[in-house]
Design a protein around this ligand. Structure first.
Ligand SMILES: Cc1ncc(COP(=O)(O)O)c(C=O)c1O
Length: 403
């Protein structure tokens, strides 16, 4: 069959594919431990559900403006004041079907074919494909020690085709928070060179060890009406509302208008029901966000302890988000082979580091149950540490070593 060049060039989402593989194997009765996910298992906040139910009860669920309804934009302005200490107006807000769509329409608004966007590895697997959807080129930069990015590499990578830099901290897949110094210098560098800075803050509030959310605007001297910083956030992760598909981008009014126009031709605008729920979440009680952080931090402790018990695995403890990105190179440098091995031999789902631009690593999630985190780490340890017993037994599960 003949497909477009674009369709032939774009890879499907690795994580979404893995989710369906894990679900299929589980349904077939396999004792799967799914450490590949990227969404909380907690419930959406009651205030979000009540707001959605109230709209549903009217029976009138209609089209709205292409870039979001005013009450949600106003709630996002208040949210931005609270979490970024930044005064913005609804004219700066583009509400989208998840922050993913906001990132996509932003890229489509600023990138032409042949342009380059700098992405810091390890990076969320979708970024590179999204840049390619625009016909542009992702320029992937390797990290320094402890999975922290290098400003010198960013400076060296900039050329006449560079349109901007993409920043994601807390980071998917590493859970690492970039240093304040790096973020400050990157903002100053981008502003001094007239580059866009796309800031994916979807995990901004999911922090451990008492860390406080960072506002990138703190280091900016540009006015909101002509800033080249775009901040993305949404209700998916902090409020456990992935299926509602509501996120947003904060941009200067010209860029926001362009994002809205492109989105209007793609989907006509975000879902009315999702937007009602998002207002409920943003304006309602906020305790659930802290409760989620506390739970994730406890999971992090167990996962890091379990992984550190495996000989020759390098673990950089996450500072936030749902993920850990240990280096298994001493065991197997080919991360796809390693992920397949763990799935086949001990039924543990992980995501290969190659999907995130860094071989030798696996992304391991902490957003499942504590039982799964502990059991998953124990199975990985047994599979890789051949000095252990020939059999692994846990409850009704038994594996026998044939390698
Ligand atoms: C770094 C990052 N950005 C954006 C998203 C997409 O989130 P949303 O559900 O708001 O589209 C994800 C989801 O996994 C993510 O990890």
């Amino acid at each position: 069959m003949s497909l477009s060049r674009l369709a032939a060039a774009i890879h499907p989402s690795v994580t979404l594919q893995l989710n369906s593989t894990a679900a299929r194997l589980k349904a077939a009765g396999e004792p799967i431990v799914h450490l590949g996910g990227g969404e909380p298992t907690s419930k959406a906040p009651p205030a979000a559900l009540e707001a959605a139910q109230k709209l549903l009860a009217t029976g009138e669920i209609r089209y709205g403006p292409e870039d979001g309804i005013l009450p949600l934009k106003q709630a996002i302005c208040e949210y931005t004041k609270t979490w970024y200490h930044r005064d913005i107006t609804p004219d700066n807000v583009c509400v989208s079907a998840g922050s993913k769509q906001a990132v996509m329409v932003c890229m489509q608004s600023i990138l032409d074919p042949g342009d380059e966007l700098i992405i810091l590895a390890p990076y969320w697997a979708s970024y590179s494909e999204m840049v390619r959807v625009c016909g542009a080129e992702p320029i992937i930069l390797a990290p320094d020690t402890n999975l922290q990015p290098s400003l010198d590499r960013v400076k060296a990578a900039v050329n006449g085709r560079t349109r901007g830099v993409l920043l994601n901290s807390p980071n998917n897949p590493s859970g690492v928070v970039y240093t304040r110094e790096f973020v400050a210098e990157l903002v100053r560098f981008c502003e001094s060179r007239g580059l866009y800075l796309m800031v994916d803050d979807i995990y901004q509030r999911l922090l451990f060890d008492g860390r406080k959310p960072l506002s990138v605007f703190e280091f900016s001297t540009a006015k909101q009406d002509d800033t080249k910083i775009i901040v993305f956030n949404g209700v998916s992760k902090a409020y456990a509302m992935t299926g509602f598909r509501i996120g947003w981008g904060i941009a200067n009014p010209t860029l926001r208008k362009a994002m809205g126009a492109i989105q209007g031709q793609q989907t006509s605008g975000p879902s009315a029901l999702g937007q009602a729920a998002a207002i409920g979440a943003l304006r309602g009680p906020q305790e659930s966000v802290q409760a989620l952080c506390d739970e994730l931090q406890t999971h992090r402790e167990s996962l890091v302890a379990g992984l550190r018990a495996i000989p020759n695995v390098i673990v950089t403890p996450p500072d936030g988000a749902f993920y850990c990105f240990p280096d298994f190179s001493a065991h197997q440098r080919d991360s796809v082979k390693l992920a397949q091995f763990l799935l086949e031999k001990v039924k543990v789902v992980t995501v290969p580091g190659s999907a995130f631009g860094l071989e030798g690593h696996l992304r391991i999630s902490t957003c499942g149950s504590m039982k799964d985190v502990i059991e998953g780490a124990a199975r990985i340890r047994w599979a890789l540490d051949k000095s252990g017993s020939r059999e692994y037994v846990s409850g009704s599960v038994k594996f026998t070593r044939d390698w």
